[in-house]
Design a protein around this ligand. Structure first.
Ligand SMILES: Cc1cc2nc3c(=O)[nH]c(=O)nc-3n(C[C@H](O)[C@H](O)[C@H](O)COP(=O)(O)O)c2cc1C
Length: 406
């Protein structure tokens, strides 16, 4: 990889300058101060760039800022859905078809965003979704995310394909994270992985069940094809291959057994004392089966549109899952949440908590820990405002009566 600006023989164009600044700002070898300098310079050249995280007015400001600093292959990995990315788009678009119905003249001077989760009090319903390979976005990767989650007191779910180990992340987070399981192909490897996670003190195991049969991600592949960098230092087995995944050290590294059935829930439950959540449950039928099989909670999710094409938006799946769970286990949701009003709509549909994925990755890419913190701050502030304006100052007052499907 060369430090020479792309166009060194001709006067720099705006595009070449932007490309160079993107390279500097995205570099994992330069100091944070140099990266910050590049960000500021980029901001002076490009209205989409932000000079600092504090300049962001909305979560979506971070998408444009991140785009400037993330190299094409890594951007493709983050931005991709599957096939034509229709599920991904559906998640975001669906919120526009739900209107809010406010109540007036309610004392909203003391907002209370707290929710109860497994006997613990969360200050807000917002949690940090598992996102793999975070060093592709910032040198501090999952550690920066953990520090932000700690600073802002949010629950973090750590991906199985994290680039820092669960033990390291637990130190940065100040407590063991919830752990997302990609189940290894061999059961004896699942046993080893789950034992390691339990020994690290993780209280909750979140088994992702929406990606057990593979996927097709053209947007990611197109991004990789545009990327002319030499990636051999990180991708030691060649571009496109996984980088070091410490949670699979000593294991063969293959995961997501397509033969998995509900019987595996029972096997997992017998294996661990951790609470067991399923991530990727989108129907009433499966929600009922989950309750019958002793699952402790559900995350309505379609992997941010990264698993199957033309699925319904998660916000549209949520009511039937909540209904089927009928209060016996908590139901969480993620997918497409970009505004406080989006989160409000999920709470009105019965979600106990709402997860965010790409938004904090944009913040991480652009500004590291500070960017993640600002994303979390913006969402909390927007939710607080929405609750007050809707005449529902506490979460328990947010009922289905406050939303209308247009
Ligand atoms: C780059 C990227 C990597 C992801 N990695 C994982 C993962 O390792 N495990 C998992 O269960 N979900 C993973 N997800 C899905 C998220 O946990 C979450 O379901 C999704 O991002 C929510 O949608 P949103 O990005 O629109 O907020 C990933 C998502 C993205 C964008």
């Amino acid at each position: 990889m060369s430090l020479i600006p792309p166009s060194d023989t001709h006067p720099p164009t705006a595009a070449s300058r932007r490309e160079f600044l993107r390279f500097v700002a995205a570099s994992t070898v330069l100091t944070p101060a140099v990266r910050a300098w590049a960000q500021q310079l980029a901001a002076s050249h490009d209205p989409a760039a932000l000079a600092s995280a504090a300049d962001a007015l909305q979560v979506m400001d971070f998408e444009a800022a991140a785009r400037l600093v993330v190299p094409p292959a890594h951007w493709g990995y983050m931005a991709t859905g599957v096939e034509d990315d229709l599920t991904l788009k559906a998640n975001v678009e669906a919120f526009k078809r739900i209107g809010l119905k406010p109540r007036r003249l309610v004392d909203v001077s003391h907002p209370d965003l707290s929710v109860d989760v497994f006997g613990a009090k969360w200050e807000t319903p917002i949690f940090v979704c598992p996102v793999g390979s975070q060093r592709a976005f910032h040198a501090q990767g999952e550690l920066a995310t953990a520090r932000a989650a700690r600073a802002k007191r949010h629950t973090m779910i750590l991906s199985s394909v994290t680039t820092y180990s669960v033990e390291e992340v637990a130190r940065s987070l100040g407590t063991p994270p919830w752990y997302q399981l990609y189940m290894p192909l061999e059961w004896n490897e699942t046993e080893k992985l789950v034992k390691r996670v339990e020994d690290a003190g993780c209280p909750v195991l979140v088994w992702t069940v929406d990606l057990l049969a593979g996927r097709n991600t053209p947007t990611a592949t197109r991004g990789a094809r545009q990327d002319t960098r030499n990636c051999a230092s990180c991708h030691v087995n060649g571009p496109g291959t996984p980088i070091h995944r410490p949670m699979f050290d000593g294991l063969d590294g293959r995961y997501n057994p397509p033969q998995a059935t509900w019987a595996y829930v029972d096997r997992l439950k017998k294996l661990t004392r951790m609470k067991l959540l399923l991530k990727g449950i989108d129907s009433a039928e499966d929600a009922r089966l989950a309750v019958e099989n002793g699952v402790d909670g559900l995350i309505v999710s379609n992997h941010g549109g990264r698993a199957s094409e033309t699925l319904r938006a998660t916000i549209d799946c949520l009511p039937e899952v909540v209904d089927a769970a009928s209060g016996r286990i908590p139901v969480f949701v993620d997918g497409g949440f970009r505004h406080g009003t989006d989160i409000y709509k999920a709470l009105a549909s019965g979600a106990r908590g709402v997860g965010i994925g790409r938004p904090y990755i944009w913040g991480l890419s652009a500004f590291g820990q500070e960017g993640v913190e600002r994303v979390l701050d913006i969402l909390r502030a927007e939710l607080t405002l929405t609750m007050a304006q809707m005449g529902t100052p506490s979460v328990k007052e947010i009922t289905p009566a406050r939303v209308v499907h247009l």
